[in-house]
Design a protein around this ligand. Sequence first.
Ligand SMILES: Nc1nc2c(ncn2[C@@H]2O[C@H](COP(=O)(O)OP(=O)(O)OP(=O)(O)O)[C@@H](O)[C@H]2O)c(=O)[nH]1
Ligand SMILES: [Mg+2]
Length: 217
Amino acid sequence: MKSLEIKVVRKILEAGMRIAETNRRILKEKGITSFNFIGAPGAGKTSLLLKLIENLKDRYRIGVIEGDLATTRDAEKIYQTGVPVVQINTEGGCHLDANLVGKALENLPLEDIDILFIENVGNLVCPTAFDLGEDYKVGILSVPEGDDKPEKYPVIVKVSKAIVLNKIDMLPYFRFDRERFYFPIKKLSPSMPIFEVSCETGEGISKVVEWIISKVT
Ligand SMILES: Nc1nc2c(ncn2[C@@H]2O[C@H](COP(=O)(O)OP(=O)(O)OP(=O)(O)O)[C@@H](O)[C@H]2O)c(=O)[nH]1
Ligand SMILES: [Mg+2]
């Protein structure tokens, strides 16, 4: 009985992995470079996306998949920029999975996209465990969350190819020790790019833009 239960779990995971591979193949065939933004609720994922779109949309054709439990609020903000966007509502689910992303891809004009941004459901833990078929996971953290987050949530550091520290305009108002923030990241991943930004003032955004461009194939 027990082994049967284990088989079922494995089958689902394997199915997820296969769908992720299919997504990856489709994105590669269409020449799309994809980024999966992961961070706690309110860390600034949508705010960063809006800044990146503003800076990149004259040079690249962008598409966005928005993941939320409910509402089309974030998708509406993206829609205002004029780039194609699909909202996934997980209806309680705490992360996106490859199956949902595959369905979203069917609803995007893939022939007309160079860069795909995926905003995952606001959650610093669950989304890290799921391969969506994307090229790069990017961890979005922010000053008000505290300087101890990389140490307490090392999995975001492990899976990410870059870390963004957002809301640096808030540094004067929080007891935030940069060393404490940087140390566990550098320990786990010495060459990890870390970008300090403010989506409010625009500070540091150009470095993220440069990094994104360096990854576009
Ligand atoms: N002061 C300051 N506020 C910011 C900054 N970036 C985002 N915010 C604010 O933080 C709040 C949350 O930002 P969002 O971009 O919606 O965060 P999110 O990660 O997309 O949130 P969810 O989609 O709900 O997970 C909003 O009120 C933003 O205006 C920043 O750099 N500085
Ligand atoms: Mg958002």
